[in-house]
Write a protein that binds this ligand. Structure first.
Ligand code: HDE
Length: 718
């Protein structure tokens, strides 16, 4: 028996004209399904489906064929167009930074920098320009998980009145290499190994550490990547850095060096490595979901734009070369002046159109900003335009709305694939003698971009500045600037990564560099790997700078938030929960601006002891504690007995404990906690009993410390 095309039979559904709905019932529309059945869709009027040519479509369920069981007709233009378009939906993913997430917002100047730059966007405090930001991981492909141990891209596009200015930065202020010619090598080494195509989105493999161990310039950045900076809790809780030294140029033509910083108002926060591993399984979209939810709920993330300004005298007196992108300038030496704020307040309408097609380019700078001779930056200036051509398919990617300037723009560039706006008028060349609109735009020496006339002279050669040769002093400074907790995390990260390296000499070679960084670090890693002897220190290319002062700004834990705002608590509940206590916890959390989610045996919810039914946000096996910043255990006595038999409930508690989270609990939860391995002897000041509303308030206040780090020493014996 054949199923008739629903188009011929559906009730009251004659062929509707363009722009008309199929049929409505109250505010609901009757929609016909593939089998001819009807169902209702929520909402009122729906537009009529058309082809790309605007032809209304009568039947989107069946392709045209001869008889119900016959061959499909080539003339079915709707079918052909639909499949053709689907076949071409993918574009090449970015060769690095493939996985990313973007949002719109604005930049507002808070302090004029008119004295050091003529950049229009940095003149008038209070003025705003639109902004688009894309965060990313570097090594993984587009479908990889968010919490890979990796650098995060932090690319900002400011749509200024004088054109688009891109600050294409990372969440780490230094880079692996000093010269762009090594970029393909470092990236090849970290990507999946070419013969086996694994591991995905991981640096923990032979090729990467082989490259690092043979490229001592990578060691400083390796320290950063082994620190908790590489596993941020949220894209909202990390810093951004422009990395290179750039120039500002003022109206008088004077140049000042500048390094860019983005400082999150939310404070810094990272997760711990074991947590990251589990988050990647529980929610591979952890970071993008977090950003989406924060913006959609009106909790707009905000960063301050900071600038480190310095001159040639400072550059000459600095221990390192300011053109070397493997070095930073400690904030304690050159303070970060905060001059503006970046607020992300709008998610994209469409991921592909905006986040995927946005094209950043280090060469997108505005009058008043200029480059330096940092050899990495010079190479990047070539790469980004080139990569867009491949990725977006032609030279007209600037016509895509997300990439187009929001200020007027006019030039004589024309044609090419997908040209959307060719120049108007008769002239498409310059100079021309046509006047007015016919003649087109003209250059303007007064307003236009001019390069800083840096004096350059020298021999053509392949060499680096001698000062580039110290690869360890700042790595040591970074390590010594960390708290003890953070140092242990770095030791553990090196040990973990090198334990995945299958070739023992590579492991030892990495440790030979760590000996130059810090002997305690090297010893801990060597012991963690089971090396019999500590390797000899790798010979440094240049004597190290002794006694660099620690820089507290480099620690995450010293720069955390002062509230628990924007964080998330998971509350484990069962039927029979004490309604008053649940309300006290949620009220205290809301007062702090903390999100709460109920985790229950069934997502349908639980019945509180007063008979109220509350829906849950997660079923217990979909809401492990790694998804939350702190947990509260509020089962009833019966509920606790039930959950003692449930492995995911026990993991919920055991993981929260092992990850040093603050745990609030009701008395009835004690047997469950003990069953999960948190015995009375394990109780510490990070585990708080909740009986009264005052307890709930005190618990939220304790959570401001984010983690109870003292516990960590008890949870790692190896
Ligand atoms: Fe990139 N980088 N990069 N990079 N980079 C790209 O451009 C490149 C470097 C950074 O969200 C690519 O559009 C070279 C440093 C971010 O769309 C490509 C070198 C820093 C993003 C490229 C570097 C970055 C990219 C790939 C060494 C921090 C993502 C796709 C000379 C300061 C932007 C694309 C987005 C993307 C080249 C080093 C940051 C291939 C050759 C250092 C945040 O052009």
């Amino acid at each position: 028996m054949s199923v008739k095309s629903p188009g011929t039979k559906s009730p009251g559904a004659k062929s509707p004209g363009p722009g008309r709905k199929t049929a409505t019932l109250g505010t609901e529309t009757i929609q016909r399904g593939a089998g001819g059945e009807t169902h209702q869709v929520a909402g009122g009027d729906v537009p009529v489906l058309t082809t790309q040519q605007g032809i209304p479509v009568a039947d989107d369920q069946n392709s045209a064929r001869i008889g119900a069981r016959g061959p499909t007709l080539l003339e079915d233009f709707h079918f052909r167009e639909k499949i053709f378009h689907f076949d071409h939906e993918r574009i090449p993913e970015r060769v690095v930074h493939a996985r990313g997430y973007g949002a719109h917002g604005f930049f507002e100047l808070t302090e004029s920098l008119a004295d050091v730059t003529r950049a229009d966007v940095l003149q008038r405090p209070g003025e705003r320009v639109p902004a688009f930001v894309r965060f990313s991981t570097v090594a993984g492909s587009k479908g990889s998980s968010d919490l890979a141990r990796d650098v995060r891209g932090f690319a900002v596009k400011l749509y200024t009145h004088e054109g688009n200015w891109d600050i294409v930065g990372n969440n780490i202020p230094v880079f692996f290499i000093q010269d762009a010619i090594k970029f393909p090598d470092v990236i090849h080494s970290v990507k999946p190994e070419p013969d086996r195509d694994f591991p995905q989105a991981q640096s923990a493999h032979d090729n990467f550490w082989d490259f690092v161990s043979l490229s001592p310039e990578s060691i400083h950045m390796a320290l950063w990547v082994m620190s908790d900076r590489a596993i941020p809790r949220s894209l909202r809780f990390m810093e951004g850095f422009g990395v290179h030294s750039f120039r500002f140029v003022n109206k008088a033509g004077k140049s000042t060096y500048v390094k860019f910083h983005w400082k999150p108002k939310q404070g810094l926060q990272s997760v711990v490595w074991n947590e990251a591993l589990k988050i990647n399984g529980a929610d591979p979209d952890f970071h993008r979901r977090d950003l989406w939810n924060a913006i959609q709920s009106g909790d707009f993330p905000e960063w301050e734009l900071g600038v480190q300004l310095f001159d040639d005298d400072f550059a000459d007196s600095f221990d390192f070369d300011v053109l070397d992108p493997t070095k930073l300038i400690p904030e304690e030496l050159v303070p970060v002046r905060r001059i503006g704020r970046l607020v992300l307040d709008r998610v994209v309408d469409n991921f592909f159109a905006e986040t995927e097609q946005v094209a950043f380019c280090t060469q997108n700078i505005v009058p008043g900003v200029d480059f330096t001779n940092d050899p990495l930056l010079q190479g990047r200036n070539f790469s980004y335009l080139d990569t867009q051509l491949k990725r977006l398919g032609g030279p007209n990617f600037t016509h895509i709305p997300i990439n187009a300037p929001k200020c007027p723009f006019h030039n004589f560039q024309q044609d090419g694939h997908m040209a959307m706006h060719n120049p108007k008028g008769r002239a498409n060349y310059e100079p021309n003698s046509w006047g007015g609109a016919q003649g087109g735009p003209r250059e303007d020496p007064a307003r236009g971009f001019t390069s800083f006339p840096a004096r350059e002279a020298g021999e053509k050669l392949r060499e680096r500045s001698e000062l580039f040769g110290d690869h360890y002093s700042q790595a040591r400074q970074f390590y010594l600037s960390q708290t003890e907790t953070e140092r242990v995390h770095i030791q553990q990260a090196f040990t973990f990564e090198l334990s995945k390296v299958e070739t023992p000499p590579i492991r030892a070679r990495v440790v030979s560099h760590l000996v130059n960084v810090d002997i305690d670090l090297a010893t801990a890693v060597a012991q963690g790997l089971g090396l019999e002897d500590l390797p000899e220190a790798a010979p440094p290319a240049r004597p190290l700078v002794d006694g660099l002062a620690p820089s507290p700004a480099l620690s995450i834990l010293r720069n955390g938030p002062d509230s628990f705002k924007g964080r998330k608590i998971g509350i484990l509940v069962t039927d029979g929960v004490d309604a008053g206590l649940l309300k006290a916890v949620t009220d205290a959390a809301r007062a702090e601006g903390t999100n709460v989610e109920l985790v229950a045996p069934k997502v349908g919810g639980v019945t509180l002891h007063d008979g109220t039914l509350v829906p849950a946000g997660q079923k217990i096996n979909g809401g492990p504690s790694v998804l939350y910043d702190a947990v509260v255990l509020l089962p009833s006595a019966d509920g606790a007995t039930l959950l003692m038999q449930e492995a995911t409930a026990r993991d919920f508690i055991a993981d929260a404990y092992a990850h040093a989270k603050f745990i609030g609990y009701a008395e009835a939860a004690l047997p469950l906690m003990e069953r999960a391995g948190v015995r009375p002897a394990d109780m510490d000041d990070g585990i708080l009993k909740l009986s009264t509303p005052a307890d709930a308030t005190a618990f939220i206040a304790a959570c401001r410390a984010l983690r109870f780090w003292e516990r960590e020493a008890n949870v790692h014996a190896v």
